[in-house]
Design a protein around this ligand. Sequence first.
Ligand code: ADP
Ligand code: MG
Length: 240
Amino acid sequence: MIAFRSVNKHFGDFQVLTNINLEVKEGEVVVVVGPSGSGKSTMLRCINRLETITDGELVVNKVPVHEPKSDINRLRKNIGMVFQHFNLYPHKTVLENITLAPKKALKVSDQEAKQTAMYYLEKVGIPEKADSYPSQLSGGQQQRVAIARGLAMKPNIMLFDEPTSALDPEMIGEVLDVMKTLAKDGMTMVVVTHEMGFAREVANRIVFMDHGRILVDSKPQEFFTDPKEERAKMFLSRVL
Ligand code: ADP
Ligand code: MG
């Protein structure tokens, strides 16, 4: 569903991604780890063309993202993205936050959008917060709303960029649990996270990045016992 082939990306003179080759198949959960500044967010953002690649090929949901004429709106409708900061609209209720995009982009009726929103609010465990405002919710609850908002567009790929990094420790678990459920339900996911327990338990594959390159792409079992790469070993010794 996602294929990077020999992808490079520059910011001006700075090469942020070098020779990225990565495939993600339907239903796979790929966890991306690596030191800060290694290019994880940039790689993720290329998938829905929040960043454009400099050269190589990137095909997502059969859409050639590298081709300037590709229909990017269609591409983005099928990809949900959840960031570290949830970016909910503060003056809209939880329900309004979730129904906005489906009504605008997918032209679904108000009633259908509300039904779908409630379905996903149940999924993330906070249907009772439908009429609350974001400021009345904890960080963990806000992030779960952000996930429900992504799911309401019925994407077939979900991208997560450090979704728990801004949360108080006691709220991390509830967000990871929602993500685990999604993974079990067969969602195709690419997750940038420092939560190694989640990576070990949920990932089909772990991708380790350093200085804009993928140095390791392996099964969790192998990655955590013998990552075969000095820099990955060093990284693990720091985070575990
Ligand atoms: P990570 O998510 O692994 O921490 P990023 O993808 O955010 O890494 O950043 C990788 C590198 O690219 C960093 O050195 C960062 O400073 C640089 N970078 C990120 N975004 C931009 C940008 N818009 N312009 C210039 N440099 C950038
Ligand atoms: Mg990042």
